[in-house]
Design a protein around this ligand. Structure first.
Ligand SMILES: [Zn+2]
Length: 51
C-alpha cells in the first residue's frame, strides 16, 4: 500500500511529497530541478523501521 512520504532533493534542497511503496524501487526525480539525487526524509514512522 503506497504511503505519502516526504522527499528532499540533495541538489537544490526542494522538499516534496510523493507516494512511496515499500519494497518497490522507483527512480525519483526532483520536480523542480529534475535531479535524481533525491532522498527520503526521516520521519517518526521511519525511525522505527529498519531501512
Ligand atoms: Zn531539485
Amino acid at each position: 500500500m503506497p504511503e505519502s512520504v516526504k522527499f528532499i532533493c540533495l541538489r537544490c534542497g526542494h522538499n516534496f511529497v510523493a507516494d512511496y511503496t515499500p519494497k518497490v524501487v522507483e527512480e525519483r526525480t526532483c520536480p523542480k530541478c529534475g535531479s535524481n539525487s533525491v532522498r527520503r526524509q526521516k520521519g517518526k514512522a521511519a525511525e522505527k523501521a529498519a531501512d
